[in-house]
Structures are given as structure tokens and as C-alpha cells.
Design a protein. Structure first.
Length: 605
């Protein structure tokens, strides 16, 4: 049955559309698979300790940058009472037996009606009245009196084995509440986060900062401490607070502590210190910060509702997806530029987000972007190497090595635009070739020519020559293009002599294979020419055009008439610096050209 005309007319377009759809589907599926693989590799890399350390270091750098150039304003609502070395020296008592002075300091601070008091100090886990009589009762009395107007939260520490070191029951009962004076420690040993999930199986436990925030009716969020908030802290020495209290200097106490959150803790140089992203202690240039200031910064972040939180999952996925998309940029230099721009933009955007209270991790995205660019570039380099190997295998025998390398390097198109250059031209043919072909079968002649060219071609290539073409029994070679040759004329002269020296070995091989021995004639010229592709879009050839090529070709007749196996123009011999090695043969008429001074050379010259 004949196929309907309408069906025949639409079958081709429908088939093309289906083929295009299938191709698009395969490419899309492949693209999604590559992107998913890159994102998965980037996510897995975040579990490598070194990569986690790098991510945390990037976070620190962003905090430090914001604190330096665009810190967030913060009210001076937190005051620090510091137990420093001069205070301990003035009291002349071990820190563990400072209950009476601490009680006096708490009472003095409480008299100024602060908003809350936090004790970031190691309180005794039992009575020490035997060593410091009256200390327990002084502390309990001070706490009970102060808590009537001001919440007092006692800090609880841990022992070396991680167990909680409880406070003496009487002191703990006298305080408003108590909480662990701890903050989570990151992988690199630094404190950056406020989080109360410190118990077994990450159960939340009361902390000093959390209990103070609840006493102040603040919202308790978990996340990174906002280190770009405020400009650090000063402290009032414990000794100064005691002096004000003993002197009844209520004005100084009011100025220092009224309506503020007061934290009492050690500011000693080698005790309870943590490395921080920014400098929190105004009196100390180091970022190795007393723990009481870290608690203060966490509390300041809660008070300002500035705890740094992760953004919504959609925003978290945006950067990794954008990073993976670098894979699909085709040109390698654009990929590298895109990588630089992506890294710069990611750092800038994540830094701005950090200032606004959102932690946008960029370490994973940067690794994905780098992997996308590196893997795509490596894949392309491998593909190019494979393609070049394929081209060498398939076409290496059709063009000279110099031309093949120029093709693979994409230099041929630019050759003609480089202008004129001085080149040496060499022509060689077999003497008596017409007579040879008339006495031997074509197959035998072809076999002889292949042996002949197989022996002479490596000699030309060894001297940097490029074979322009094979013409029956002859060939044309160029010296100086497409790959530059330091001295083209000298290279051509040396190649001609080596070809002549190679001839006896070739003839022995020809005779061994029952071919006749041959003689060759070589003619050379030197002159200005242009090089490039000549032909049509469908078929072209790399060649050189210039007067030197015409002269070298027509000198073949001169070579036959003089009996010299090698002849060359005077310009080539002079350019080669070999006038003393050649024999002047005089002026010769060249068809379609003014007379040329010709020199001859034999094997022994």
C-alpha cells in the first residue's frame, strides 16, 4: 500500500523534533547528574577535619572584617567586674578562698540596682569555713539580700573528666538560679556558638548565659555569637569595686553598674581564655580572650536579638547550585574568571549576610566551584590530548610534524596575518625518473618512491623543514614556517647535504629489494614569502607564496645542466654564511625571471 503523502511530508520534521528532544533530555539528565555529583562531593568534603577548620577560619575572617569596617552598634549594657592580678595581690588570698571579698563585691554591685548579675567564677562545692571562717555565711547573706532586687545567676563548672562540679548547696540555694558556665567548643577548639544542647544525647541544660537571658526575659536562640556587635569591653577591677563599697561611694557604683547586666569573672592572663575571631578585650591586643568576655558577647547577642542563624534551606542550596553550574561554562578562561568572580561574590554576600544575622557557609560552595572548574578543565585537557593523539595517528602521515603541531595549536589561521618573512625553499627530484617509469611497472615505481621519500623525509624534518607537497618524484620543503627556524638558509643547506649523504644507504636498500639505484638533484633559494592556507573551504593546503619558491623550482633545470647534485642561489649561500664552501657557477637565465647567480655543491664540499 502506498504511504499517504501527508504522512510522508511530516515524517521527517517529526523525526527531527523527537531526535532533538531525546538529545536535550540526555544532556539535561547528564547535566543534573554532574551537578548532583559535585554538590554531593562538596557536602562530603565538609566532614574532612581540614576542610572544617578551613570553613571555621573563613567564618572568623568574615567576623573580623565586619568588626573592622562595619561593626554593628551595641548599647554599653554589660559591665564586667574583673578578677585581675592586682586585685588578687591586694587581697593576698587564694582565689578559691575569696568568698568574703566576693560577697562584699556582690553587695556593692547590687546596691547600684543592676538588671542582673552573673557569676562566672568557680564557687566552692563544699564549706571552706575551716580555712576562711565566715566566708559561707557572708556569701549566702549577700546573695539573698541582692536577689531581692536583682537576679543573681551562679556559674557551674565541670571537672577535668567532664562531670559537673556542683556548688555548695547553701550557696546554690541562695542564688536566684545557676547554669553551666560553658559554651560549645568547635572542632578547632574555639568557642563561636551559643547553644545549651550540652547534655547527654544533646539534651539542653541550663547555662549561665541562658539563665541570665531568661531572668531578663530575653528570647533564647541558638546559633553563632555575633562577634561584629559592639566594640569590645573594658572591666572594673574587683579591687576597685571593693574600695567603692567600703568607702560608701554609691555614685561611682551607680555610674558603673546601674541598670546594667554585670558579669563577675577572672581576667587573668593564663586562666580561662579562648581564642576568638575578634578582639573583645579593649585592654588586650590579643584575641585570646577571658571566658567572661565570651559569655558577655553571647549575652549581648541575645539581648540585641542578633544571634547568627542559618538561612532558609532554599537560600542554603543556592550557592552550591550556582557553584556546580560553573561546570557548564565552555571556555576554560571564562571558567577561571567565573571562579574568581564567584569566590569574591560569595565572600562578599556571605559577609553581608553575616552582618544581617545569617550564617551562609561558603566553604562547601567554594570547594564545589573549584572542583567544577578543575574537573571540567582536566576532562577537557584529557579530551584534547586524546583528540590530538587521534589526529596524529590519523593525519600524521599526511602533513609534516610542524604543520600538524600548528593545526593542533590553532596557529595556521594566524600565520598569514603575521606578514612577510624570509624563508628557504628546497626542491628535490629523482634524475631520469621518466625513463625509470617507462621500464618498470607502476606498482614497482610506487614502491621505490615510498622507499625514497621514507628515507629523505626524516632528514628534512630533523633540520626543521616542513614538506609542502610531494610532486611525483620530487618534493618541496620550506624552512622557517610554520614553526620558526633560527637560520632557515643554513638549515636548508645542512638538510641538502644530509640528504645527499643518505643516498648511498638508500641505494643499497633499493638494490637489496631489486630496484634500480637512483640519483637526486636538489635546488634551493632564499627569499621573502607569505604563508597560509590556500584553497577553498572544502579543501585547502598550507603553503608559502613568494619569488623564492619559483626560483628554487626552476633551478632544477640548472642543476641538471651543471652536473652538481646541489645548486642554490647566491642569496641562500650568503644567508647561510657558506660562500667558502660552495662553487660559484655564474649567472643563469631563469624563465620568467632576471638572471640569477648560482652556486653548486657536491657531497664532499
Amino acid at each position: 500500500m502506498a504511504e499517504p503523502a501527508a504522512l510522508r511530508s511530516t515524517q521527517g520534521p517529526v523525526h527531527d523534533r523527537v531526535a532533538r528532544l531525546l538529545t536535550w533530555s540526555r544532556r539535561t539528565t547528564g547535566a543534573i547528574s554532574v551537578a548532583a555529583l559535585l554538590i554531593a562531593l562538596g557536602a562530603l568534603s565538609s566532614f574532612v577535619p581540614a576542610m572544617r577548620d578551613l570553613d571555621l577560619a573563613l567564618l572568623d575572617h568574615r567576623f573580623a572584617l565586619i568588626a573592622r569596617i562595619a561593626s554593628l552598634p551595641a548599647a554599653e549594657s554589660i559591665a564586667i567586674v574583673g578578677i585581675d592580678e592586682p586585685s588578687l595581690g591586694a587581697l593576698d588570698e587564694p582565689q578559691s578562698l575569696l568568698l568574703k571579698p566576693l560577697a562584699q563585691a556582690i553587695s556593692a554591685v547590687g546596691s547600684a540596682k543592676p538588671r542582673a548579675i552573673g557569676l562566672d567564677i568557680v564557687l566552692p562545692d563544699r564549706s571552706y569555713d575551716a580555712f576562711a571562717p565566715g566566708g559561707d555565711i557572708a556569701m549566702v547573706t549577700s546573695l539573698l539580700a541582692t536577689r531581692r532586687d536583682t537576679p543573681v545567676v551562679a556559674g557551674v563548672t565541670t571537672r577535668d573528666d567532664g562531670t559537673v562540679r556542683e556548688i555548695a548547696p547553701a550557696i546554690r540555694a541562695a542564688a536566684s538560679s545557676s547554669g553551666l558556665a560553658l559554651l560549645p567548643v568547635d572542632h578547632d577548639g574555639r568557642v563561636r556558638r551559643f547553644d545549651e544542647r550540652l547534655g547527654v544525647e544533646d539534651r539542653p541544660v541550663p547555662t549561665l548565659v541562658g539563665e541570665l537571658a531568661r531572668a531578663l526575659r530575653l528570647r533564647v536562640d541558638y546559633g553563632h555569637i555575633q562577634y561584629a556587635l559592639g566594640s569590645g569591653y573594658d572591666y572594673v577591677p574587683l579591687r576597685q569595686v571593693l574600695d567603692w563599697g567600703r568607702a560608701g561611694d554609691s555614685a561611682s557604683l551607680q555610674r558603673a553598674f546601674a541598670d546594667r547586666i554585670v558579669l563577675i569573672g577572672a581576667v587573668l592572663p593564663y586562666e580561662d581564655r579562648f581564642a576568638q575571631p575578634v578582639r573583645l578585650a579593649r585592654w588586650d591586643p590579643l584575641r585570646d580572650t577571658p571566658g567572661v568576655l565570651v559569655h558577655a558577647q553571647a549575652l549581648r547577642s541575645l539581648e540585641a536579638n542578633a544571634i547568627v542563624r542559618p538561612p532558609a534551606m532554599a537560600w542554603q542550596a543556592l550557592l552550591p547550585v550556582a557553584a556546580a553550574s560553573l561546570w557548564f561554562i565552555r571556555a576554560w578562561h571564562w571558567r577561571v574568571l567565573a571562579l574568581v568572580l564567584f569566590a569574591t561574590a560569595s565572600f562578599a554576600v556571605s559577609t553581608l549576610a553575616l552582618r544581617l544575622g545569617y550564617d551562609v557557609p561558603i566553604g562547601t560552595s567554594l570547594r564545589i566551584a573549584f572542583a567544577a572548574v578543575a574537573m571540567k578543565s582536566a576532562l577537557e585537557a584529557w579530551q584534547v590530548r586524546q583528540e590530538r593523539a587521534r589526529l596524529r595517528a590519523q593525519f600524521g602521515g599526511y602533513v609534516s610534524p610542524g604543520v600538524l603541531e600548528a593545526i593542533l595549536g590553532g596557529r595556521l589561521d594566524a600565520d598569514a596575518r603575521r606578514g612577510r618573512r624570509k624563508l628557504a625553499f628546497l626542491f628535490v627530484d629523482v634524475r631520469g625518473f621518466v625513463e625509470l617509469t617507462s621500464h618498470h611497472a607502476p606498482e614497482r615505481v610506487l614502491d621505490l618512491l615510498n622507499l625514497y621519500f621514507g628515507a629523505m623525509t626524516p632528514v628534512l624534518h630533523a633540520h626543521g623543514g616542513t614538506i609542502d607537497n610531494f610532486r611525483g618524484d620530487g618534493l618541496m620543503a620550506i624552512f622557517g614556517a610554520p614553526n620558526p627556524v633560527k637560520a632557515p638558509a643554513a638549515a636548508a643547506s645542512a638538510a641538502a647535504r644530509d640528504m645527499l649523504a643518505k643516498l648511498p644507504e638508500l641505494n643499497r636498500e633499493l638494490v637489496r629489494q631489486r630496484h634500480p639505484a637512483i640519483a637526486i638533484g636538489i635546488s634551493m633559494a632564499f627569499g621573502v614569502a607569505v604563508v597560509g592556507n590556500v584553497g577553498s573551504r572544502e579543501r585547502f593546503n598550507y603553503t608559502a607564496l613568494g619569488d623564492g619558491a619559483n626560483v628554487a623550482s626552476r633551478l632544477q633545470e640548472v642543476a641538471k645542466s651543471t652536473g652538481y647534485p646541489i645548486v642554490a642561489t647566491e642569496s641562500l649561500v650568503e644567508a647561510a654564511g657558506e660562500l667558502d664552501r660552495w662553487t660559484p657557477l655564474g649567472h643563469f637565465a631563469i624563465r620568467g625571471h632576471p638572471d640569477v647567480v648560482v652556486y653548486g655543491c657536491g657531497l664532499g664540499e
